[in-house]
Design a protein around this ligand. Structure first.
Ligand SMILES: O=P(O)(O)O[C@H]1O[C@H](CO)[C@@H](O)[C@H]1O
Ligand SMILES: O=c1cc[nH]c(=O)[nH]1
Length: 236
């Protein structure tokens, strides 16, 4: 401490629970909109990290950047060197079926990936890894209290945003049961598992590969507030 990617010199600057959007400006939006008594604990590479209070309870929010290599670094450093216990990813995703509509919230029960991340990191052989059931249970209760409907499903973590074979998503949906795609949860869940920590992933549907509907980049940064409100209830 500090680490190559997080400049905070004091682990007490970071709460035990960290919300983790991919986008640094989504992290800033959350700090500006929902948190009080905010301090910034990271600015290295503009991967912004903040700690503050929500309804009087402490919580941190820090960006992960895009993709498994990036969240692999940040989640490992937070868990291992800053004693963080819980990381809740709050991301955007592309729907694989018309059943998940723009702005719907998805809780990732587990995640399937063709990525080599887990195998390279620890020798883990399976292509599926689970979120922490206790965190998922709490997030389901908070969603119910807030009356925010939530899909609880398997998702796909992909290393590739732009595939030459666009239609491949149909096979991934049918063969592996994934309802949406994002790019980080597999690495996050894996790191939590190997380090004995907790992880969950809430997603908002930003676009749909089946219907071709899509939100704007501005909406992806600032408008996915339902998943933020559910995740913020994790503050302690
Ligand atoms: O909105 P975020 O959290 O960045 O998540 C999704 O958006 C990015 C791709 O546009 C990838 O990081 C993907 O996982
Ligand atoms: O990884 C992602 C995230 C949002 N939308 C997509 O299509 N893919």
């Amino acid at each position: 401490m500090p680490t190559p990617h997080i400049e905070s010199k004091n682990k007490d600057e970071i709460a035990k629970t960290v919300l983790m959007p991919g986008d640094p400006l989504r992290a800033k939006f959350i700090a500006d909109t929902f948190l009080e008594d905010v301090t910034q604990f990271n600015g290295v590479r503009n991967v912004l990290g903040y700690t503050g209070t929500y309804k009087g309870r402490r919580i941190s929010v820090m960006a992960s950047g895009m993709g498994m290599p990036s969240i692999g670094i940040y989640s490992y450093e937070l868990y291992k060197f800053y004693d963080v216990e819980n990381i809740i990813r709050i991301g955007s995703c592309g729907g694989y079926t018309p059943d998940v509509k723009l702005y719907d919230v998805i809780l990732a029960k587990d995640v399937w990936s063709e990525s080599s991340f887990a195998k390279v990191q620890s020798g883990y052989e399976s292509d599926v890894v689970e979120g922490t059931p206790e965190l998922n249970q709490r997030l389901m209760e908070y969603a119910e209290e807030l009356e925010i409907p939530m899909h609880i499903e398997r998702i796909h973590s992909s290393d590739v945003f732009y595939r030459e074979n666009f239609e491949e998503y149909k096979e991934i949906h049918h063969k592996h049961g994934c309802v949406a795609v994002e790019m980080e949860a597999f690495a996050l869940f894996h790191n939590a598992q190997v380090l004995g920590k907790n992880a969950a992933c809430l997603l908002t549907v930003s676009d749909n590969l089946a219907t071709h509907e899509a939100t704007t980049s501005e909406e992806r940064q600032n408008a996915f507030t339902n998943m933020m409100k559910i995740a913020l209830e994790m503050a302690e």
